[in-house]
Design a protein around this ligand. Structure first.
Ligand SMILES: [Zn+2]
Length: 391
């Protein structure tokens, strides 16, 4: 079920706006206690409301009805039953159909607009980064990759010979121990090599190693700098644990990593905003301007951010509030959901989207800000370029 969500996001945000109804559908696909999926009924009600809207404005009802049918068929019949969430993007008239089953729980939501609403997908990517989890003892190891809440076994290793206990004592004991240590050393090196390859292949962002204290020292000593840079923790865990116990043990650490990243990004933002000519903006208007210019490296957006603005179909300028015409070329501005447009533009300019759960600093600045790749002020660029000479 694994999906390259980042690539999908890029495809979706590259679509030109359409005059036909484009549907963005998020479905909580988890069955309730009676095995029913409540979301399906909610969807039917939402579809009725949107049908009236499309009809009311004389929109392309035929395209909408085709999508409605296809989406309900997918949700009722074709979607994998072990998915926790579904994300579907459809516009029959434009030939768009993208159905993404996910292991991540999603809140049910249906939107019709001229462009895909992808904030919730971007949020999933922010919340569920890719981890490698290594379960190791002296005899064997298993390596899992956890991506979008879904664990996949990516590799395993076994020591060159069976590690036994030998308690005869004396000279023989010493020789035996040395030999055993060498076998274990060779094995931990093999684990590290395999992990390196898996990290490259799966674009792993964080590593968690689990095992018992007897192997901790040797395993840690065998790790390359590249792995150490991404190491979150070594946790004590029986390596024969089942997947559920593994997930339960590492989930709190994964949440901590995400919270630390949020705090780091917010600290950086505040420091940059408070530096003259710094690489940071806050507030809706300045963030819209930075995104329009393609300056954004990290978009930092409160999970409850919600605002209406305008987008120029000609030059792409985004501005807060409802203005009739683009100040640069006079074209008629199109009304947009700023949360969605901000997120889409960030994805288009290869920026990271950091969705923040709570922050007083962000609350004081309309719930949005951005860390920039470069700043406009010529003075700031000089300072940056001459940083080493001038301190
Ligand atoms: Zn314009």
């Amino acid at each position: 079920m694994a999906t390259d969500l980042q690539a999908k996001l890029q495809e979706l945000t590259a679509l030109p706006n359409t005059e036909h109804p484009l549907l963005s559908v998020y479905v909580d696909y988890r069955p309730d206690g009676n095995g029913q999926r409540q979301a399906i009924q909610m969807l039917e009600q939402d579809f009725d409301i949107i049908a009236d809207q499309v009809k009311g404005r004389g929109g392309n009802l035929k395209s909408f009805e085709a999508d409605r049918q296809r989406i309900m068929d997918y949700v009722n019949r074709d979607a994998p039953k072990d998915a926790n969430g579904l994300a579907i993007f459809a516009c029959d008239a434009e030939g768009l159909w993208e159905a993404l089953p996910l292991q991540v729980p999603i809140e049910t939501r249906l939107v019709e607009d001229r462009y895909p609403h992808i904030f919730n997908l971007a949020r999933i990517l922010d919340d569920y980064e890719t981890y490698a989890v290594v379960l190791a003892d002296s005899q064997e190891s298993r390596i899992f990759v956890i991506s979008l809440n879904e664990a996949e076994k990516a590799g395993e290793t076994e020591a060159g010979e069976e590690i036994r206990r030998f308690d005869a004592g004396g000279w023989g004991q010493m020789l035996f121990q040395r030999r055993t240590e060498n076998v274990i050393k060779a094995h931990t090196k093999e684990i590290a090599d395999k992990l390196n390859r898996i990290m490259r292949r799966h674009d792993v962002q964080h590593v968690i190693i689990a095992g018992n204290d007897s192997v901790k020292g040797l395993v840690m000593a065998s790790l390359s700098q590249q792995i150490k840079d991404k190491l979150v923790d070594f946790i004590n865990l029986d390596i024969q644990s089942n997947m559920q116990s593994i997930m339960e043990a590492i989930e709190p650490r994964m949440r901590e990593v995400e919270q630390d990243q949020e705090a780091d990004d917010l600290d950086t933002l505040e420091a940059q905003v408070n530096t003259k000519g710094g690489h940071g903006v806050v507030g809706v208007a300045d963030t819209a301007m930075a995104l329009t210019k393609g300056q954004v490296m990290t978009l930092i957006i409160h999970q409850g951010f919600n605002a209406i603005g305008g987008e120029c179909p000609n030059c792409g300028t985004i501005r807060p509030g409802l203005r009739n015409n683009c100040p640069y070329d006079g074209a008629e501005m199109q009304q947009v959901n700023l949360r969605e447009i901000f997120t889409a533009r960030a994805v288009q300019q290869a920026a990271t989207v950091q969705v923040v759960e709570a922050s007083d600093y962000l609350d004081q600045h309309e719930g949005v800000g951005a860390i920039l790749r470069y700043s406009d002020a010529p003075q700031a660029q000089e300072v940056n370029a001459g940083r080493h000479q001038n301190g």
